[in-house]
Design a protein around this ligand. Structure first.
Ligand SMILES: [Mn+2]
Length: 294
């Protein structure tokens, strides 16, 4: 696998060499069945470029998560058809997991996630998947395709029955019925804000190892405004970091992806917020192993 010309954080070469890095960032700019706004294919580049503006030092952890080594690899050749695309991502992630890397995938639209989950599932006996998203993504098909980004949690639930869905504030009657009938651990955001969803209890019901998929439309527009299918009333920055820290503290997070950022020329804030989110999440994962600086 070749190193990416614009590595995440733009670190000194020794900190992003693939052989020594514990973390590997994989840009996967696939944009298939977008249903509303376009721009997901340009998101990984925008995130990587914005990440060069981040400080290596995390003032909350009082350490540099970059200490773990964060390599960024070139995107593999992505077939245009969704089946081939999902398989390519599956094989690429599997390859990185064989090298014992902590894999972070940059989407792309949300349809990519079942490819990553399949690779993590193969590596782990049991796997939970935690989705942060405005949408339930539980439709069986959308626009005639079972591999649409609007169906990704339905596909993931065919791979593992252990899912938790957070931040949800848009779903169809069919999806709502499924949540009820199948007793899914899905937290509508209004219920979460009323304190009526017990995250700790939901996490206890998942296997120890979990994969997190963050659709950036989970955020309020003051944090991320450029996304394919925007919904008002999302999570604020500190609120989202609080939820993620709870998950990282309670579980063994084995990898994550961040999807559905839509690149827009005039919006510098959204890619920067997403780049910082990714670095925060890497910090949550490895903070116990970092050297405390001050
Ligand atoms: Mn969504």
């Amino acid at each position: 696998m070749k190193p990416h010309p614009t590595p995440f954080l733009s670190p000194p070469p020794e900190r992003c060499a693939l052989e020594h890095a514990r973390v590997v960032v994989l840009p996967f700019p696939y944009e298939g069945g977008i249903s509303y706004g376009a721009g997901a294919a340009a998101a990984p580049r925008a995130i990587l470029e914005a990440s060069a503006q981040l400080e290596f030092y995390d003032e909350v952890l009082e350490a540099e998560p970059l200490e773990m080594g964060i390599a960024t690899v070139e995107t593999p050749q992505i077939p245009p058809h969704p089946e081939g695309m999902v398989h390519t991502l599956f094989e690429t992630v599997r390859n990185l997991l064989e090298k014992d890397k902590f894999v972070v995938v940059l989407g792309g639209d949300h349809s990519i996630t079942s490819g990553s989950v399949r690779a993590f599932m193969e590596k782990n006996e049991a796997l939970g998947v935690i989705q942060l998203d405005a949408h339930a993504d539980l439709r069986e098909t959308y626009d005639g395709s079972p591999l649409s980004h609007a169906c990704v949690m339905a596909r993931i639930r065919e791979i593992t029955p252990h899912t938790v869905q957070l931040g949800i504030r848009s779903l169809s009657a069919e999806e709502a019925r499924r949540v009820q009938q199948d007793g899914l651990l899905l937290s509508p955001l209004h219920q979460w804000r009323q304190g009526a969803f017990d995250l700790q209890e939901a996490l206890r019901r998942l296997p120890e190892r979990v994969f997190i998929t963050v659709d950036v439309d989970v955020f309020d527009w003051s944090v991320v405004s450029s996304t394919g299918t925007p919904e008002p009333g999302g999570l604020f920055w500190d609120e989202a970091l609080g939820i993620l820290k709870t998950i990282f503290d309670a579980k063994d997070v084995v990898g994550f992806d961040v999807v559905e950022l839509a690149y827009k020329k005039d919006d510098m804030n959204s890619p920067f917020a997403v780049a910082k989110l990714i670095y925060k999440m890497i910090g949550f994962k490895f903070h116990r192993q970092l050297t405390r600086i001050c």
